[in-house]
Each structure stands twice: as C-alpha cells, then as structure tokens.
Design a protein around this ligand. Sequence first.
Ligand SMILES: *[C@@H]1O[C@H](CO)[C@@H](O)[C@H](O)[C@H]1NC(C)=O
Ligand SMILES: *[C@@H]1O[C@H](CO)[C@@H](O)[C@H](O)[C@H]1NC(C)=O
Ligand SMILES: *[C@@H]1O[C@H](CO)[C@@H](O)[C@H](O)[C@H]1NC(C)=O
Ligand SMILES: *[C@@H]1O[C@H](CO)[C@@H](O)[C@H](O)[C@H]1NC(C)=O
Ligand SMILES: *[C@@H]1O[C@H](CO)[C@@H](O)[C@H](O)[C@H]1NC(C)=O
Length: 522
Amino acid sequence: MPGSGHPLYLFLCVWSAVALGVSAEEHCPARQHEDQSYVAAVYEHHSILSPDPLALVSRTQALEVMNRNLDVYEEQVMLAAQQAAQIIVFPEDGIHGFNFTRTSIYPFLDFMPDPQLVQWSPCLEPHRFNDTEVLQRLSCMAIKGDMFLVANLGTKQPCHSSDPGCPSDGRYQFNTNVVFSSNGSLVARYRKHNLYFEAAFDSPAQADHTVFDTPFAGRFGIFTCFDILFLEPAVRLLVQDAAVRHVVYPTAWMNQLPLLAAIQIQSAFAVAFGINLLAANIHHPTLGMTGSGIHTPLKSFWHHDTEGSHGRLLVAPIARNPPGLPGIKNDPGEGDPAHRKFLKVLAGGPPCDQAVREDSCDPSWQAKAPLVFHAEMMYDNFTLVPVWGMEGSVQVCAGSLCCYLRYQRPTLTQELYALGVFEGLHTVHGTYYLQVCALVKCGGLGFDSCGQEVTEAEGLFEFYLWGNFSSSYIFPLFLTSGMTLERPDQLGWEEEHYFLRKKSLTSGLVTAALYGRLYERD
Ligand SMILES: *[C@@H]1O[C@H](CO)[C@@H](O)[C@H](O)[C@H]1NC(C)=O
Ligand SMILES: *[C@@H]1O[C@H](CO)[C@@H](O)[C@H](O)[C@H]1NC(C)=O
Ligand SMILES: *[C@@H]1O[C@H](CO)[C@@H](O)[C@H](O)[C@H]1NC(C)=O
Ligand SMILES: *[C@@H]1O[C@H](CO)[C@@H](O)[C@H](O)[C@H]1NC(C)=O
Ligand SMILES: *[C@@H]1O[C@H](CO)[C@@H](O)[C@H](O)[C@H]1NC(C)=O
C-alpha cells in the first residue's frame, strides 16, 4: 500500500471508501487507510493450451507451453505491482491447461515438498529439488512484484507400495494451489479435494485445511473451484477458524445459469460467510469459462466477458476486516411497515377467511389460487408457481421446504417470472443435496421455459424471499441483467425461516435464490 504521500494513495483510498460504502472523508485521512485495507489483485487468464492434451510430450515441451503462460503471469504481476497490489491470485489450470489423462499430464507436473516440513524459496535455491521449474518462476515473480502470489499447478509426490492409498504408478498427482510470500518463500500449498471429473489427478486422503498469514491482512484460507460447494474443506475451514477473513480461490468454473454462474456463487460465498473472496477464473468463453472477482460481503468488483479472448487484471483495495450485511438482529426495522408485515406473516398470521381480526391477516395470500407446475432447472425437477401482477404473495412447497415470496413491482414487463422450490439430491455433474428457493426469470412465456439460461431481464422487484430451511448453510444467489451483481439489503434467520430482502434493484432481476446445502445428506 502506498503511503499517504504517494499519488496513488488518494485515488485508491476514495475508491475503497466507495467499495466499503463509507465516507471518503472519514476513511481516507493519513495512515488510517493503510491500517484498514489492503490491495488485492486477481487475474482472469486466457490460458495457452497444449495443442493435444492427450499426447505424451517431453518435460521440455511441457515447459515450453507452461512458460508461455508464466510469461503472461509475470507481466500481470508487474502491472499489479504498479497498482500497489499486495496479493495476486491466478486461476486453476492457468499454467498447464486441462483435458489431460493421468499419463499425459505427467511431464507438466512439478515436484513439491510439504512447505510445513521444508523452508524453501525456489527462486533463491533453485537446485534444491529437481522438476521445480514452475515453482521457481512463480517464486521469482513474487519477489519481483514484492507481493504474495497464489497460483495453481499440477504436482507429483512419489509414494511407496506400503502406503495403501499409493496409486499403482508409484506417485500421487495433485491439482495444487501454491502460495508464495513476497520474499519468494513457499508458505502454503493446498491440494484440491473435490475433483471435478479430473482423471489426471488424485484427491488427498485427508482434506487439506490450509491457511496462511499475511502481514497486511491477517489470515487467509484457500481452496479450489468445485470445493466451494462442499463442507470439506471450504466450509469447515471457515467454521473452525474464525481468524480466516479472506479466501483465495483459483477456479476453472463453467457458468451454469440461472443458479451457478461463476461470479454468482463467488459473491454468494463472500456474503454468506462475511469474508473477502479473491476469485480468479480462467477465460475460455467457448467452454463457458469466465467470471472472476474481488468479492467483499458488501460489494464485488467483477469481470465476466463471453466475447473476447483476452485476460483481465482486477485490482481493488478492500477491507482487512470485512463488515457483513445487516441481518435482522442488528436492524430490526422498527417502524418499517413492510418489515412489520413480514414479521406478522412469519408469525403465522392466518389467511383472511379464517382471521378473527382483519389487521392480523394478509388478504393477498389466498387471493389467487396457486397454479403449480414443474420445470427442469439445472437438471433438477423444480416445483414452481408463476409470479404475476404488480404485487402479491406466493408460496410453493416440495419435500420439507416451503418457499415464500412477497413482492411489489413498479411496472409490469413482458416477461414471465416464477418462484421455484427444490429439495433433493442433485446428481448431474456432481452429487450434492440441495434445498433451494429461487425467484427466476423464465426463458420465455411458457412454464416449461422456467429454469432456462437467461442473462437479460427488465423486471424490477421489491421483495422478501424466505423459506423454512433445515440447512444452516444458505448461499444468497443474486444476479441481475447483463451479468451484474447486487447485494441483498438484509439476510438472516427469523422465526426458523431464512430470508432475503431487497428494496430496490437497479437493473432487471435474473435470479434471486436461497441456495441451501445439506452436506450431511450428500
Ligand atoms: C475438453 O473436454 C471437454 C469435455 O470433454 C470438451 O468439451 C472440450 O472441447 C475440451 N477442450 C479442449 C480445449 O480440448
Ligand atoms: C536431480 O536429478 C539428477 C539427474 O537425474 C540427479 O543426479 C540428482 O541427484 C537429482 N537431484 C536431486 C536433489 O534429487
Ligand atoms: C519470508 O516470508 C515468510 C512469510 O511471510 C517468513 O516466514 C520468512 O521468515 C521470510 N523469510 C525470509 C528469509 O525473510
Ligand atoms: C417432477 O416431479 C413431479 C412431482 O413429483 C412429477 O409429477 C413429474 O413427473 C416430475 N417431472 C419430471 C420431468 O421428472
Ligand atoms: C416447512 O413448512 C411446511 C409447511 O408448514 C411444513 O410442512 C414442513 O414440515 C416445514 N419444514 C420444516 C423443516 O420445518
């Protein structure tokens, strides 16, 4: 971070004040800024791929391909350094590529010792271990840029037949993230636990719970791509160690709308855990891979581009101690009629035809007979009801989960929206148990189009969305028109229900969903 005399200082400081939603006057005086924020960078990389990932190549040929990617990394480190970045994150598969077999990836693998057992700066001691060319370059870049550096590479670790888990070829092959400190020393490694159909790699027998400490922002956690959907290690790491307020997250994520676009799950994770998530995706739009961001609980700086074939560096100052979104407990909304009404509904105000006193019921609940239908959303059979008219209240249930929506709209648009519920085991492209309440814009005007991929929308809503989840891990997925992100105004538990409230949207709503995970039923 530049000192207050540095020309970048005021610019970065005002920028971070906006990001944090605080006044620049209060935020920026003298050294205060240096104490409260740090500068993070992520790079979405268009990786140069091996022409044929199935072919067997020599180590020299493998290094040729990887060095071309590392040349780009080095440029980006220097650009980030000019913007005073203190940490940079590069994506999963960015150096070696993907679609390898176990055999064909072998020449691309570096040997890596366990940084907990070995103190090592690959740049300063290049000859200490063989087959560490990639680690050496990364370590030198960290020194050159004077910043922490996080990157993903393939690693190999010889094993003996006495180890029951040892593969028959006598080695483990891991999809590995490495962290270098600004002096080039290897401070952490994380081996991906939840592999996503990656035949080339092994999953470690025990999940790594990897953290590292930095002088500028305290403790970071680290995991990779698909890991974000599972208890181990991602959620357990955050639940067990409250000192982790930042996560670095290399990913190679294929966007899947309407619920799991890359930037959507990234920002939802930052909001759900009240942490900063530094997420770097690779950039291969033809494979649906794009979407990176520096996500704080209150705001995201993101990049999502399906057109170009270039990388993108994001640099932003963010809080050392990220503040969370207001929940109901610290903002009871006293005197806010909409919120009082919401609380009354939660408390179980009866339908009007059964109510003793008019003011204790809500006429809109029973006004329209619910028109329930089924449609497939991301391979799951959702139960839905249409969301029609300028205002209303709808509910829909499946399994043990009931989802509710109260909404008002300033204008009607020529679009169909629906409220959907799903509870069950998702089994396509991974197996995981879900509880989901989702307000989505449908692909067209037919019910069967609800759940289709859309990115543009005009519908503005003011709404409460809630459900009686049995999961305690609920990710608020929020996506607006043109792949933009907004934050809920309020989020939290109230009377056994988890709710999300949004008063005004600045662009049309694509998805507002509460995406609950029941890890114990996977
Ligand atoms: C990698 O494999 C996927 C799925 O098999 C395929 O769709 C894709 O085209 C492949 N990509 C490259 C770069 O070979
Ligand atoms: C590296 O490889 C060379 C050639 O195979 C070998 O002679 C040397 O002992 C190895 N060095 C280490 C540190 O393993
Ligand atoms: C390099 O940085 C690491 C982590 O910040 C620290 O533990 C180590 O002592 C440093 N090494 C040297 C030689 O300064
Ligand atoms: C979805 O679930 C409903 C209710 O269980 C069932 O009637 C319908 O056939 C299912 N649809 C599909 C495509 O499986
Ligand atoms: C959610 O509410 C519905 C309807 O009141 C009820 O049948 C269901 O058991 C509730 N689920 C849980 C987990 O409490």
